[in-house]
Design a protein around this ligand. Sequence first.
Ligand code: SAH
Length: 218
Amino acid sequence: MNAPGIGMTSQRTRQRMIDRLRQKGIDNEQVLAAMNDVPRHIFVDEALAHRAYEDTALPIKFAQTISQPYIVARMSAEVMTHPSPQKVLELGTGSGYQAAVLSRLVPHVFSIERIDKLTRIARRRFINLGYRNIRCKTDDGYLGWPTEAPFDVIIITAAPPEPPLELLDQLTEDGFIIVPVGGKARQTLQKISRGSSGPVIENMGDVIFVPLLEGVER
Ligand code: SAH
């Protein structure tokens, strides 16, 4: 007898998620392959595993969310517009899903989460799945990860009220930051790079993320 709900986490269900992402306009094959590879149901609470491949954000512990697959796909595709992304820093590990997808796309992923219990759960998932190119730690992401800088891309999966321009110092020459900027209800996804005469900000449409908060929770 099949365990109840097992079909909802199967490879076929995951394939349907990929088909939907394609319909919504995601056309980066590397990103689609990575998302086909990573078992999203491992990154949500067991009670919600049967909904893991719906294209919706879902609650995780501590009032946080795992991003909607479409948003993960868009952010990942944006990372891959870098000519040769080797090192990527994520701020806001959360469930670990976005970091896991990135780990299938670039050689080195670093990820910072301010809630220590989430860092620990995510780290265990990475180990269990054999994703060995992800390093994560509990810290205030606003500080970046100076000892590992520079990064080719910094991707922020929580929203600061203003563009975090201090982090530009932790980028490589042609690096950029992808970040949702704004208040609670709605934010603008921005791509920020170091122009020759000051920061260049490109707007990429409206998104909704939880806020980027200061300090850590142990
Ligand atoms: N990328 C995640 C989604 C994260 S939700 C995923 O794929 O599941 C945003 C996360 O950012 C939350 O877990 C929140 O605790 C974390 N966060 C908020 N402010 C932060 C900060 N200053 N530094 C690091 N993480 C932060």
